[in-house]
Write a protein that binds this ligand. Sequence first.
Ligand SMILES: C[S@@+](CC[C@H](N)C(=O)[O-])C[C@H]1O[C@@H](n2cnc3c(N)ncnc32)[C@H](O)[C@@H]1O
Length: 211
Amino acid sequence: MSHDRPRARRDTQGRRSGTPVQPDAWTFFRQWLRNPRAMAALSPSSRQLAKLMIEQLPAGARHIVELGGGTGVFTQALLEHGIVPAELLVVELNEELHQLLMRRFPAVNVVCGDAQELAAIVRDSGFTDGASGVDAVVSGLGMLSIPRATQRAIVTGVFDVLRDGGCFIQFTYGPASPVSRELLNELGLKVERAGVAWLNVPPATVYVYRR
Ligand SMILES: C[S@@+](CC[C@H](N)C(=O)[O-])C[C@H]1O[C@@H](n2cnc3c(N)ncnc32)[C@H](O)[C@@H]1O
């Protein structure tokens, strides 16, 4: 039906480019069909979950890394919160979603890469440029569907790039911290349960990890 047709694309200044865009839910679902394990969700996160994630940022946070940007729900919320585009680095593994994020957020540092390589990505991009490190890592990764050894590599890399006092913010659809107690002990991390986004589908709990 005509009202279901993709909208004409507009750039960040609101100009029409003439090329139709796919609704995000459809784009996301298509990627899920291709790789359900990496996508780990059927649809993008809700604004409520994005808000709850961003409320956990340390006061005055500037340099932020986002892992698994997807269609950009958290990216958009970070920018609306006041994070400067040049001080935001988004790492997305999926090439199609990476392209979408670059088109949608041209002033943000968007890298097509693996969260396991975060320390090298941050170093090679010169992202923090003399600052003491990253203030927070906001993760959209489906941590529960990631094998233990990969989880260890990702969380280790996150704490390699975080400044002292920085935090790692992660959501989960599960009933407990998606980073195991064993790994927390091994890396000397503390965890705090920040809250639940009940309107998210499915409801999601946000955890904050600090050293
Ligand atoms: C659950 S989706 C979340 C997307 C978005 N943040 C949201 O909340 O709507 C997980 C995202 O992480 C990406 N991803 C999965 N494994 C990754 C990895 N190793 N490195 C970077 N991104 C990854 C997927 O391509 C997908 O976009």
